[in-house]
Design a binder for this molecule. Structure first.
Ligand code: MN
Length: 251
């Protein structure tokens, strides 16, 4: 994976803090509090984020309204501000005072996979997976990849783009329970579709370079589609899939 640790879990910038604050307020208006002091004067700068640990989320690569109507602002605000942030918060609690606090996110998830440190594994992998999922979508996505090495690899591996979408749909819709569907590139350059349960991803499984992922946990779509996962997956592929991100992740 070619994202650096800085990209994945960089320092929480003012912009990220603002994004998080906005997401949290959109997600739970009851807890929204005015940042203004009693006197009414605007603060000179956003409040510094509370230091909660080494793992902080990069900001979403788009506004939380940008993926609507395929994914509503409500879903995106909850998914990023509550679910993704929740995994990071829990991870920080788990690493506090331990050697893991000095390791990269990828090192934590690889080092705890298949061990008895299941909470550490689950939360670190879920932080990683969601960061990759946000990048796998974009405003005005969908359609077909433009000419280039991704389009060539899709043709060589699946025959055509419709065959790839059919496989991705089967993996996403057919993944029983919570998990993820992935497009990966194997060592020989060929592309493959796979599905993983819960927090598992191709990085820890050693099953290829991730190019795209679709989150099929119910929290990714239930507010918009209820139980109709197939409609969410169809909209994801038609309106959101970010082919240029996938191509950027190829070897
Ligand atoms: Mn999710």
């Amino acid at each position: 994976m070619s994202l650096s640790r800085r990209d994945l879990v960089g320092s929480l910038t003012a912009a990220a803090a603002a994004t998080l604050a906005g997401a949290a307020q959109a997600g739970d208006k009851k807890q929204g509090t005015s940042p203004l002091p009693a006197g009414g004067a605007a603060p000179a700068a956003p409040a510094a984020p509370s230091a909660t640990g080494p793992f902080t989320l990069a900001p979403l690569p788009y506004a939380d309204t940008d993926l609507a109507p395929a994914i509503s602002q409500n879903t995106l605000a909850f998914h990023y501000g509550k679910h993704h942030q929740g995994y990071a918060t829990k991870l920080n609690e788990l690493v506090a005072g331990k050697e893991w606090a000095d390791k990269s996110l990828e090192a934590v998830m690889k080092g705890t996979y298949g061990t008895d440190k299941l909470p550490l594994y689950n939360n670190s992998a879920q932080v990683w997976n969601h960061t990759f999922y946000w990048q796998s979508m974009k405003k005005g996505g969908g359609g077909a990849p433009g000419p280039g090495k991704l389009a060539d690899a899709i043709k060589a591996s699946f025959g055509d783009g419709d065959a790839l979408k059919k496989e991705l749909t089967q993996a996403a819709v057919g993944n029983f329970g919570s998990g993820w569907a992935w497009l990966v590139q194997e060592a020989d350059g060929k592309l493959k579709v796979l599905k993983t349960p819960n927090a598992d991803n191709p990085v820890v499984l050693g099953s290829g370079r991730p190019l795209l992922t679709i989150d099929v946990w119910e929290h990714a779509y239930y507010l918009d589609y209820q139980n109709k996962r197939a409609e969410y997956v169809a909209a994801w592929l038609d309106k959101l899939v970010n082919w240029s991100w996938a191509e950027s992740q190829m070897a």
